[in-house]
Ligand binder design. Structure first.
Ligand code: DC
Length: 202
């Protein structure tokens, strides 16, 4: 039986960590849908057209190194505005969402567009400052030489683009539960998310 958990939210909100932990806890498959847009963005930085890159995307491309850089994140946010790019990526995400055995998908439009029928919908958010500091720490730990101010500017630019686009903008689904991780530790958010999923599974 399909059982989909849709986890949406802005960059560095903690949705990735939460999604992986939830998938592991319940033994569900996990798809970080941001990787689809990042893989397309990466090809665009190499000179491929966004629509061609989206149409040619293969599952193996999501495992490539180098998808987590700030330049690729911005390129991903730019290609994500293009309706044809989004359309090319829909079927793969929907098939993943409704596979048997349960699936967790995290992204921007999972609960609103990709899987409006998801059994559980969470919207994970935090203030831009908290998110920028988290992302900055991750980048420094991964060996990138970046300034906190630049990361904050990138986060705000990406938020504005992701929330302001016409097609599938970032917003909570009407029936999503919002978890604000600036006020809540990841552990507390995880405990709350787990109890929401357990209640729905019963
Ligand atoms: O989650 P992320 O930071 O890896 O996402 C990178 C970009 O991809 C993000 O800025 C917007 C886009 N994206 C999207 O438009 N829809 C999704 N479901 C996931 C990501």
């Amino acid at each position: 039986m399909p059982f989909t958990i849709a986890i949406d939210g802005p960059a560095a909100s903690g949705k990735g960590t939460l999604s992986r932990a939830i998938a592991e806890h319940f033994g569900f498959a996990h798809l970080d849908t941001g990787l689809l847009y990042r893989a397309v963005g990466r090809r665009v930085l190499e000179g491929v057209s966004p629509i061609d890159a989206a149409l040619a995307l293969r599952a193996e491309d999501l495992a490539e190194d180098g998808l987590r850089t700030p330049a690729v994140a911005q390129a991903a946010s730019k290609v994500a505005v293009i309706a044809e790019v989004r359309a090319a990526l829909v079927d793969f995400q929907r098939a993943f969402a409704r596979r048997s055995g349960g699936a967790v998908l995290d992204g921007r439009d999972i609960g609103t567009v990709i899987c409006p029928e998801a059994e559980v919908k969470l919207f994970v958010t935090a203030s831009a400052e908290v998110r920028a500091e988290r992302r900055w720490r991750e980048l420094i730990a991964a060996g990138h030489d970046v300034a906190l101010d630049d990361v904050l500017r990138d986060v705000k630019t990406r938020d504005a683009r992701d929330m302001g686009r016409k097609d599938a903008p970032l917003k909570p689904a009407e029936d999503a539960v919002t978890l604000d991780t600036s006020a809540l530790s990841i552990e507390a958010a995880l405990a709350e998310a787990r109890s929401i999923v357990e209640a729905r599974l019963r």
